[in-house]
Design a protein around this ligand. Structure first.
Ligand code: SF4
Ligand code: SF4
Length: 479
């Protein structure tokens, strides 16, 4: 390998020594599954990860169960066609904002993957957060470390093994039930969920079976399926190969420093020796069972457990840390790290555009909407002797989180006669109504185009909106 040699277009995304494994790290050559028992690991990345997990567990489980300002913190109320986010209330007409949020998140994920690899998977995906932050620690509590768990798996069914497994699965069931209920709260809201629980399954049999069904899915996933979700099922995992490029900074083994690998005691003193002592610690801590020394592989979740494990080994050997660390393919072969490249710029710009538009829309969002609708099926103006009449409707939507009263009035620079269906309207949050209106002006005052002003005052927010409306007449239509 020539260190500074630029890569060729078809060069594989692997260090030159690496032999891509012919099977998944969780699979034997005959296709049967290897049950993963990752060893416990301590280190700076694991500590940071635990903090991130704690924050996200609160976010994923607690947020759907609480209210902010009397409204659900997170609720997608499909029946009422409205949704709540951190105390703000949105209706079906605001759905484009959800689209912007989803687009911003999706482009952000693409940018993150192109920049840092699959960090979402190892740090923030609910699958990992729940597995590594809740279910795995519970397993370790009941069944011990990796060696004890492997022994327990192989052991015959004794009263002790049965007791340990029963206790573990009972706690799993309790956790799964609570996660399923938090998921249900996303659709029904925390208050309704509580009342449904109090009223019992017979009063809400459909909801009950849905929660039980989701609990069963969670049990299947977190007791048995586990890393297979990330390795064989998740579509984002499949996408990462096309999102990466040779400048993506991923978890990497520094081959030049590590090779030739060899056991500390067995290596002859004179033999050239790399820093890797072939202890296999980086492999046994890996939740997807891969050997990162074979280069970046599809199953790598960027969890950094192998980095902590190897740093610990290096520390004990009094060697510098980060034999496994972050590097791009170009860095591994001796080229410079290039951070900004076209794909990252495009993904980043699209993310900023989506989130920027969303932020601007939220900042300028009005507490109510109003539109003037010319009355369907009737003439836009009516000639009645020496007067001209304009019938129309004022459509109002209350976007406040609470019920509000609206006062309507219509004015013009000339004398007018106004008949309003009701000048004061009370609307519940997200309710709407149409108020019929008729404006009459004597012909002698209509010399040409004339503008009316519709004024709407919202008592909840105090906002006053003045909306112009052209008064239609033979004089304005002809122009
Ligand atoms: S933990 Fe480090 S020293 Fe041990 S096998 Fe892995 S890379 Fe080599
Ligand atoms: S190779 Fe390292 S970073 Fe990748 S999944 Fe395994 S332990 Fe995590």
């Amino acid at each position: 390998m020539t260190p500074a040699e630029p890569t060729k277009p078809n060069e594989p995304l692997l260090p030159t020594h690496a032999v891509p494994p012919s099977t998944l790290g969780t699979m034997k050559p005959d296709g049967t599954r290897i049950k993963m028992h990752p060893a416990d690991v301590k280190g700076k990345w694991m500590t940071r990860r635990r903090v991130v997990f704690a924050v996200l567990i609160v976010f994923y489980i607690v947020m759907p169960l609480i209210e902010i300002g009397g409204k659900p913190a997170i609720q997608l109320d499909a029946a009422a066609r409205r949704f709540y986010l951190f105390g703000a209330t949105f209706n079906a007409q605001d759905f484009w904002m959800v689209l912007l949020l989803v687009l911003g998140f999706a482009f952000g994920l693409l940018a993150l993957t192109a920049w840092r690899g699959r960090v979402w998977c190892g740090w923030a995906c609910p699958q990992t957060v729940f597995l590594e932050g809740i279910y795995r620690p519970i397993e370790q509590f009941f069944e011990g470390g990796r060696e004890q768990r492997i022994k327990l798996d192989a052991a015959p069914w004794t009263a002790k093994k049965f007791g340990l497994r029963a206790a573990k699965y009972a706690v799993y069931l309790f956790i799964s039930l609570n996660i399923a209920q938090a998921a249900a709260a996303i659709f029904v809201g925390p208050r309704k969920l509580l009342s449904m629980i109090m009223e019992g399954p017979s009063a809400h049999s459909t909801a009950f079976f849905l929660v039980m069904g989701f609990t069963a899915v969670l049990m299947f996933n977190f007791t048995w399926f586990r890393e297979q979700f990330c390795v064989v099922l998740c579509p984002y995992g499949r996408l990462q190969s096309v999102l990466h490029d040779k400048d993506s900074i991923t978890v990497s083994y520094f081959e030049k420093r590590g090779e030739p690998r060899g056991k500390v005691a067995k290596a002859p003193a004179a033999a050239p020796k790399g820093d890797c002592v072939d202890c296999n610690r980086c492999v046994v801590v890996c939740p997807t069972g891969i050997d990162i020394r074979n280069g970046l592989q599809m199953e790598c979740l960027a969890c950094l457990q192998c980095v902590d494990a190897c740093d610990d080994v290096m520390h004990k050997l009094k060697r510098p840390p980060e034999l496994i660390g972050f590097a791009s393919h170009h860095e591994l072969i001796g080229n410079k790290r290039t951070v900004m490249r076209p794909r990252l710029a495009v993904y980043g710009a699209l993310m900023l555009l989506s989130l920027g538009t969303l932020g601007f829309s939220l900042a300028t969002r009005t507490p109510f909407e109003s539109n003037v609708i010319r009355t369907k099926g009737s003439n836009p103006f009516v000639l009645d002797g020496d007067a001209i009449r304009n019938p129309f409707e004022i459509h109002l939507v209350n976007k406040n989180p609470e019920t509000s009263k609206f006062h309507l009035s219509i004015s013009a620079p000339v004398p007018i006669e106004v008949v309003l269906g009701t000048p004061d309207v009370e609307l519940a949050s997200l309710a709407d109504t149409r108020v019929p209106a008729m404006v009459t002006i004597r012909k002698e005052h209509v010399k040409g185009p004339l503008q009316l002003t519709i004024e709407i005052t919202d008592s909840h927010s105090g906002e006053v909106k003045r909306q112009p409306l052209q008064f239609l007449s033979p004089m304005s239509v002809g122009r």
